[in-house]
Design a protein around this ligand. Structure first.
Ligand code: GDP
Length: 487
């Protein structure tokens, strides 16, 4: 049932309640000016990992809480309201929650536009404390600041402790490796014609930078993920700026001032100074907790090389959470620590629940040593397989005395309802990852698991106006991230 709200807006009953409570909240703050704690939650992952869908679903679920059985404060009836508030940092774009939610729920339902740069959203959670404290105090408020940023930006951390020649030698060797060489042909030609020791000429610098960026994009399209500098693929609002107009060059015999090589070196240093460091200082170093999303099924479907490369990229990304990996970051962070890290295998609705344990194990295996080291640093870590928005239903069919576990959903491109048998995920994760690590440019070995099902894009589901989205374990993720702060 719907009512006209005080500002003539169509409101559901849940909205009414939240609206009234927000009004009471404002009045109370005005009288008492009480202190409201804030928690900054980072959400990251490589492009396509599911960040936008995850944040949209998380916020929508907190505002309409009917589907949050595993979120303890809600299950205990202590969650009172959740409302969007103006964000605290005026120079950071706001996460376009309403646009993304409308895309998912509108008449022609579609997945929202993916993350391209950093954005932020503040949601105030009003709750009653548990146990003894509840009788002594009134309701409390936690401001949850969600910070969405591309995982590719974390790949830039190792650049800070490197100089240009060191980085360039590494990048050139990588581009010449058998796996990447086929994607670097145009870049190799441009490099062959360049004279690093000759006088800098801007059109040449621009052309080199453009062909290096094109090579990175070719790699990206071919399923590679460990691609840096991160802003070349996700420039945000820095597209075309000089700090992004550089490329790796071999060191010339004589690197006179004013040479192309010297100019590239200066721009590399500028990139570190004006792009990489400010991101870590302004955003990363202020996070309290972090969600890292991984499209492990997509990587599996991409074959051994893609899985190996995503695993490498994850380990490079997670270096940012490990103590002692960058002297600069350690000094910047001081005693500050991210105290919880949640690794999420996204899009678990592509699998029957029988397989969710194996999916979480795959992500845990991919994180391997990196996760252990983060834990060693004092952060609690957890890996979960979830679907932020569940687009499929499960189905069992008997065939020849055997029960097959299927998932059924509407295919996005032609709207057809299809049932998919995803098969079994491999149980021997270390063996699978060893195969992925040793994969060269060639074809996948014959015993590589067939995971074409992971490439299917199911259309987003219909979800009732007054409920949060259907999901798989989004509430368990919320419980891990928030429960102790809403105690
Ligand atoms: P981002 O680049 O990390 O922001 O990724 P998005 O959140 O935009 O997700 C990329 C795509 O993955 C979406 O367009 C959907 O097709 C798919 N996707 C993300 N989350 C889910 C999910 O929970 N279930 C399903 N079935 N698909 C998802």
């Amino acid at each position: 049932m719907h009512w006209r709200g005080p500002r003539g807006i169509r409101l559901g009953i849940g909205d009414w309640a939240d609206d009234l409570i927000e009004g009471m909240d404002r009045a109370r703050r005005g009288v008492e000016g009480y202190f409201e704690p804030t928690m900054r939650l980072g959400v990251t992952g490589l492009s396509g990992a599911g960040k936008t869908v995850f944040i949209t679903a998380l916020v929508a679920s907190l505002m309409q809480r009917q589907r949050l059985r595993l979120f303890t404060p809600e299950a205990e009836g202590r969650m009172l309201a959740a409302m969007l508030r103006p964000q605290p940092d005026p120079d950071v774009p706001r996460f376009a929650f309403e646009t993304h939610r409308d895309a998912l729920t509108g008449p022609d339902r579609r997945w929202p536009e993916s993350t391209r740069a950093i954005s932020q959203l503040r949601i105030a959670l009003r709750y009653r404390s548990a146990g003894f404290a509840a009788g002594l105090t009134g309701p409390s408020v936690l401001n949850l600041d969600i910070v969405d940023y591309p995982g590719e930006w974390l790949l830039d951390l190792p650049l800070i402790d490197r100089d240009y020649d060191d980085w360039a030698a590494h990048a050139l060797a990588l581009a010449a490796s058998p796996a990447r060489r086929p994607h670097a042909e145009q870049w190799a030609r441009a490099l062959g014609e360049a004279e690093p020791g000759a006088a800098h000429h801007e059109p040449i610098a621009e052309a080199l930078s453009a062909s290096y960026t094109a090579y990175l994009w070719n790699c990206k399209k071919a399923g590679f993920s460990a691609l840096s500098p991160g802003r070349f693929l996700r420039p945000g609002d820095l597209e075309g700026s000089p700090a992004l107009t550089f490329a790796p060059l071999p060191r010339p015999g004589s690197g006179a001032r004013g040479s192309l090589h010297a100019e590239m070196r200066d721009r590399f240093e500028a990139y570190k100074r004006v792009v990489v460091k400010p991101f870590f200082r302004k955003h990363f170093a202020r996070l309290d907790r972090q969600v890292v999303l991984v499209d492990a099924l997509g990587a599996l479907a991409g074959g051994p090389r893609a899985l190996g490369d995503v695993t490498t990229a994850m380990s490079e990304m997670l270096a940012a959470f490990r103590h002692g990996r960058s002297g600069w970051l350690d000094r910047l962070m001081g005693q500050r620590r991210i105290d919880r890290l949640l690794f999420v295998a996204s899009k678990a609705d592509h699998l029957h629940h029988e397989q969710h344990g194996a999916l979480a194990a795959l992500v845990e295996g991919m994180l391997g040593e990196a996760a252990e080291r983060a834990a060693f640093r004092g952060a609690r870590t957890r890996a979960m397989a979830i679907a932020a928005v569940r687009a499929t239903a499960e189905q069992e069919v008997s065939r020849g005395g055997e029960t097959l576990h299927l998932v059924r959903g509407r295919r996005e491109d032609d709207g057809r309802e299809i049932a998919v048998y995803p098969g079994e995920l491999p149980h021997d994760v270390p063996a699978l990852l060893a195969l992925a690590r040793s994969a060269g440019a060639g074809d996948a070995p014959e015993d590589w698991p067939e995971a074409e099902f992971a490439r299917i894009r199911f259309a987003p589901p219909a979800w009732g106006e007054r409920a949060g989205p259907p999901h798989i374990r989004l509430d368990a993720a919320l419980d891990f991230l928030l429960r102790d702060r809403l105690g």
